[in-house]
Design a protein around this ligand. Structure first.
Ligand code: ARG
Length: 582
């Protein structure tokens, strides 16, 4: 809001500091009795050799005695200034607060609080990264939903975002698959459900290899031939990859997710010899029990294995090659990995190795970790042992949603129910992965996920449809009046409920920025939920379409629109597309 900037300018003059330094500490206070904008004076105590409270009092006097025109103008918008426990608290006049928040929201259109702070900066967000020939389980779902939302948060801030999917398409397991396929593969089954068939023969390989260990040697040999470019092995590997990707793409299409780069581990494998040469040249490789490792003692980490004793490469070497490639090809400002907590050590090692190699700005490589997904007993039966497949979870959610909508809307067309149930059911799952701090485990329960009155996507979506329905029911006169609303009319929104709701709308942009910086979409999600709760309370107590006066009704309609747009924007950042009705 402009007034915050004006306050910052005045404070900067009194303190002889940079405006930006002042502005950064001006924030909406945690409690309403502390006003609308607060300036904490604690960090100034040292410089002025005074208590924060005395500094706050001095600053208050500066405002009161400042005779410049711009300050007089600023003070017309301020109700009062208070000093409490080292804070300078500004109470903005209610009418001015209402009109400026709403004008700003209108200017922001469908992307309130979108910024251009990231212009010219490239951010790689790597997420999803499933393994070829293996099920796309809920853990990959966590990475996919979280990663997509983080990518959206960066885009919202004007960054150039490159979405990476680092497919697990290389490694010794492909030797096993090739051997297993030649022994037991069923081409028809591979055609109809590729991953199920590949999982079947992979499991069988391990069972049989227990009693016939020679299979392990065959598999190693097959992988060796693949690495040497053997024609048959390559063709099989490529086929497994293609059919798996078809299955993954079906999920991505359903979720509306597109990647800019799907180079998997296999893509980086040929780059490893150059990495090994560089490590040698920098004298970083040491031998350990026949293998080549990089010592990481100064990082308090175990040595990072680069080449196994038989000369074959591993997961970490491919990640090291990948960082160097990404830097060369994209010159990123940030390189973000959305991968589960269990791989923390892996990424610490990989980042440490490149740092030892002289990687510029090592802190630009970031592991964004997340917890595990759990299901209350009996909440979910699985088709494949204890692995829960994301598609099964989505299908169950959509089916349950469909049943609820059917009950609530007995007259709705079946095809329409299908479409709405898909959007809400998938959205409900996505929200569940984003609502809490990402390092916390998720305990899935359908009562919570699909609680239309609770902390859920259906509740948020429902609130958006409520805003839309107010809009639909509004008479033309009111719509027209809202279209050319005046500042005086907006200034009518001075009740406690209205002011509280306005301030929550105002906090949305900051929540987006904080969510982005901490890679915690939950921070933004929580703000969106607060706006929705506040709006529904307001809606309960105040008339919009039958307000005391037409002017007040029009102003409330503008407020309801701002709420609808803000919640919708938050949902879209979460990857959830709002629905018209439900
Ligand atoms: N494919 C791996 C898995 O499913 C995740 C890959 C993470 N990304 C990376 N660059 N290592 O566990």
């Amino acid at each position: 809001m402009r007034i915050v900037n004006d306050i910052a300018v005045a404070l900067a003059t009194y303190l002889e500091e940079d405006i930006a330094d002042v502005a950064i500490s001006l924030s909406p206070p945690p409690r309403p009795e502390m006003g609308d904008v607060a300036f904490p004076c604690f960090r100034l105590a040292k410089r002025f050799r005074k208590s924060p409270q005395d500094i706050a009092n001095d600053l208050k006097i500066c405002f009161e005695t400042d005779e410049r025109d711009e300050t007089a103008e600023l003070l017309t918008k301020i109700e009062r200034i208070e000093t409490v426990s080292g804070y300078l608290n500004f109470f903005i006049k209610r009418d001015y607060l209402a009109l400026s928040i709403l004008r700003e929201s209108m200017e922001g259109g469908d992307r309130p609080g979108a910024s251009r702070e990231g212009e010219g900066k490239t951010v790689i967000v790597e997420y999803s990264s499933p393994n070829i020939a293996k099920p796309f389980h809920v853990g990959h779902g966590f990475s996919t939903f979280l990663g997509e939302s983080i990518a959206n948060l960066y885009e919202y801030g004007g960054y150039d975002v490159e979405r990476f999917n680092h497919l697990g398409d290389y490694g010794t397991q492909f030797g096993k698959l090739i051997v297993a396929w030649k022994l037991w593969g069923d081409p028809n089954a591979l055609e109809t459900s590729p991953i199920e068939e590949l999982t079947r023969i992979y499991v069988k390989f391990h069972e049989v290899a227990e009693v016939e260990p020679v299979l392990e040697d065959d598999a190693r040999a097959a992988f060796g031939r693949l690495e040497q470019g053997g024609k048959e092995e390559f063709a099989l590997w490529k086929h497994f990859r293609d059919v798996s990707l078809m299955e993954f793409n079906r999920i991505y299409d359903r979720l509306g997710i597109r990647f800019d780069n799907t180079n998997g581990e296999s893509f980086y494998s040929p780059m490893i010899p150059a990495v090994v040469d560089e490590l040698k040249a920098k004298d970083l490789l040491v031998e350990s029990e026949g293998a080549q490792v990089v010592d990481l003692e100064e990082f308090n980490l175990n040595p990072c294995l680069i080449l196994k004793s038989d000369g074959s490469t591993i997961y970490a070497s491919r990640d090291i090659a990948s960082i160097l490639y990404r830097k060369r090809a994209y010159d990123f400002d940030r390189n973000i990995y959305v991968v589960g907590i269990p791989q923390k050590n892996h990424f610490n090692q990989v980042f440490a190795v490149v740092e030892k190699m002289g990687f510029p700005y090592p802190e630009s490589n970031i592991h964004v970790a997340f917890g595990t997904v759990k299901f209350a007993d009996g909440a979910f039966s699985t088709r494949t042992g204890n692995v829960i497949i994301l598609e099964d979870l989505l299908n169950t959610s959509v089916a349950k949603t469909r049943a609820i909508i059917e009950t609530n809307n007995p007259t709705m067309e079946s095809s329409e129910i299908d479409e709405i149930a898909e959007r809400i059911g998938v959205g409900a799952v996505r929200y569940t992965f984003l609502r809490n701090g990402r390092e916390r485990d998720i305990v899935f329960s359908w009562e919570d996920v699909l609680d239309f009155d609770g902390e859920s996507a259906p509740y948020l979506l429902y609130t958006v449809t409520r805003c839309a329905s107010i809009e639909r029911k509004a008479p033309d006169r009111l719509l027209e009046r809202a279209e050319r609303i005046s500042d005086d009319e907006l200034g009518l929104l001075v009740s406690d409920d209205e002011q509280e709701l306005l301030k929550e709308v105002w906090r949305f942009p900051q929540s987006v920025a904080t969510a982005r910086e901490s890679h915690e979409p939950s921070i933004m999600m929580r703000q969106v939920m607060t706006i929705a709760r506040c709006f529904n309370a307001f809606y309960h107590n105040a008339q919009i379409l039958r307000a005391e006066s037409e002017a007040l009704g029009a102003a409330r309609l503008v407020l309801s629109r701002a709420v609808g747009r803000t919640i919708s924007a938050g949902l879209r950042i979460a990857g959830i597309e709002p629905v018209e009705k439900m």
